[in-house]
Design a binder for this molecule. Structure first.
Ligand code: FAD
Length: 556
């Protein structure tokens, strides 16, 4: 059942076997997995089917130092469906090496291995409508060449690993009918958890306080509760419950909010190929079920070990800079539209300033667009159709090979650091009186070494194989010398703040995602990941949520 919680009278006590706090991929997957048991579930999604200004405000917080992270209300959707309402759909599992304790990556090592998650990864892929959980181009596309660039792969970098793309599935829409039809499940739209109430011993969660409007509180008494609110809000709920445990729940060892990770991303350098039209699988490929897949450059575990670096992948992307050297009509058109529309939004005076300041560059872009003539309009029409009018959306538009300009995007693991942290900001509260968050994200030498090593091995390989050349602009060189200076955006990858460990002095949750020291409180989401891999987090979030559903079903 899906109902409007605004109709629940304040003071009401609701009962259930399981209370799930959150309404995103983690919460919905968990509900889908658990509700088959026939036991009762109440799901508190933290919002309704649309984002509202007051929901956005609930996510505001502080970034310390200012500008070192995107504003906390960006990249997160406080609503039913959570961030799956806007996600891109890239599905990538963690690699076996991600679970290993690697002496050169401080804080690495999971208490479970990848094998234990194999079946759950397959189920997560299915729920995300991303096809079979086969991420190896050699078996998915046996008829085509195995490498992204023929002759490229060596002991350092291989290109058979695939990423798969979800539709992208909006979990709140895709599974609405199933949730609506389940008589043992109640989704309380518009309800927010405002407090986790422990019993006086501090070892059992007594109830969850919830409200749709400030002051109109009702409560949910459940045998077990799972918080699945994203890594930042999971931390906030635990830390803000200080009435019984003054340090917050699960925080006896000062670990809640620590080891905050994301990924290091960026574009650095570009390749020029000897022949971009030969032996080069550049575009998305569709598997037998019609799922978009793409090959990536992956630094092998052997190379990671040899060079003492973290896990990392790369792929070619469209040019993101405003520089016209790429000579690609589509990219130039996008840049022209963005610059002129952006300026126009700020008023005619600002627009004319922008045009005057960037006149030469804008004219060059216009020339590139006009030179491509009618073909650009055909390209635009094709892009609009495949991106917006098909059920399965083309993940992204790659510029034509004609420009022979292939910028290299990298995405690296972010090594966990005790000092990289999400805390409460006691100087400010939200509408429900909950303290807001403050984040202080940090990176270390292993992160920077990983970027430099990957770029350098990539350049070395593409040139020694004779496939092409690789070029670094002055800006790229400056970046590689001082990666810490580039501004950071998490791209919604918030990881590690309630890490999993066997013992309470090493992590916040145990191997079953139960908060150490608390009988009946669990955590779902990327906050439990001890390390971040290079992989986008959602597939693993869903896999772990499904595993948790099985654990809870076996518990009582
Ligand atoms: C533009 C964009 C593109 C992305 N693309 C990809 C991609 O291609 N691949 C990938 O793997 N990931 C991608 N992501 C990230 C991905 O969306 C998230 O990793 C994933 O959705 C997280 O799921 P979650 O359920 O853990 O958290 P969320 O989706 O953040 O959901 C949290 C839920 O908790 C609720 N909540 C919060 N506080 C409370 C409270 N106090 N009480 C009750 N409920 C509460 C919220 O309303 C929400 O429903 C993308 C993100 C963005 C923004």
């Amino acid at each position: 059942m899906i109902e409007d919680a605004r109709l629940i009278p304040p003071g009401t006590c609701l009962e259930a076997d399981l209370c799930i706090v959150g309404g995103g991929a983690a919460a919905i997957s968990l509900a889908l997995g658990y509700m088959k048991s026939g036991r009762s579930v109440i799901l508190v999604p933290g919002g309704g089917p649309h984002q509202t200004a007051s929901c956005i405000d609930l996510y505001r917080g502080k970034v310390d130092p200012p500008g070192s992270h995107e504003p906390l209300e960006e990249n997160r959707l406080r609503m039913w469906g959570g961030t799956t309402t806007v996600w891109g759909g890239r599905c990538v599992p963690f690699d076996p090496i991600d679970f290993e304790a690697r002496p050169w990556v401080p804080g690495s090592g999971w208490p479970i291995g990848r094998d234990e998650l194999k079946d759950y990864i397959a189920q997560a892929n299915e729920l995300s409508e991303a096809g079979e959980a086969d991420f190896d181009a050699r078996s998915v596309f046996p008829e085509t060449q195995t490498e992204l660039l023929r002759g490229f792969d060596n002991e350092n970098i291989v290109t058979w690993p695939l990423e798969r793309w979800s539709i992208p599935t909006d979990y709140s829409k895709r599974y609405r009918a199933d949730l609506e039809a389940a008589s043992n499940l109640r989704v309380l739209l518009h309800a927010n958890a405002t407090h986790l109430q422990m019993d006086s011993s501090g070892t059992t969660l007594r109830h969850v306080k919830a409200a749709c409007r400030p002051g109109k509180v009702f409560q949910i008494n459940a045998k077990n509760t799972v918080i699945a609110c994203g890594a930042l809000e999971n931390t906030r709920l635990l830390l803000a419950a200080r009435d019984i445990l003054t340090e917050g729940i699960g925080n006896k060892h000062d670990l809640v909010g620590r080891y905050y990770q994301s990924h290091c991303f960026g574009v650095c350098g570009y390749a020029v190929l000897k022949d971009p039209f030969k032996d080069f699988i550049y575009d998305f490929e569709k598997d037998q079920a019609g799922v978009y897949c793409r090959r990536r450059f992956w630094l092998t575990p052997e190379a990671q070990k040899k060079h003492q670096v973290s896990n990392v992948v790369g792929f070619f992307v469209r040019a993101v800079s405003g520089e016209s050297e790429h000579r690609n009509a589509m990219v130039s058109l996008v840049l022209l539209v963005k610059t002129l529309l952006g300026g126009a939004k700020k008023g005619p005076k600002r627009l004319s300033q922008i045009v005057r300041a960037q006149r030469r560059e804008l004219l060059t872009h216009l020339g590139i667009v006009l030179k491509d003539g009618p073909s650009i309009f055909r390209q635009v029409a094709a892009v609009v159709y495949t991106r917006y009018f098909q059920k399965r959306r083309l993940p992204m538009v790659l510029p034509s090979k004609k420009a022979n300009f292939f910028p290299l995007f990298f995405q690296t693991e972010h090594a966990p650091l005790w000092g990289s942290r999400v805390m409460l900001d006691d100087s400010s509260v939200d509408d429900f009186g909950m303290p807001r968050l403050k984040v202080n994200i940090r990176f270390s030498e292993v992160d920077y070494r990983t970027i430099r090593t990957f770029v350098s091995l990539f350049k070395q390989r593409i040139e020694e194989s004779g496939i092409g050349t690789f070029h670094l602009s002055e800006k790229d060189k400056e970046y590689l010398a001082h990666p810490e200076r580039r501004s950071f955006n998490s791209n919604a990858h918030h990881i590690g703040t309630t890490r999993m460990a066997v013992t309470a002095d090493a992590g916040v949750v145990d191997v079953n995602c139960k908060v150490h020291g608390v009988e009946n409180l669990y955590v779902a989401g990327s906050s439990v990941f001890p390390t971040s891999s290079h992989a986008n987090p959602t597939l693993m979030i869903i896999a772990l949520a499904l595993r948790l559903a099985d654990h809870l079903k076996s518990k009582d």
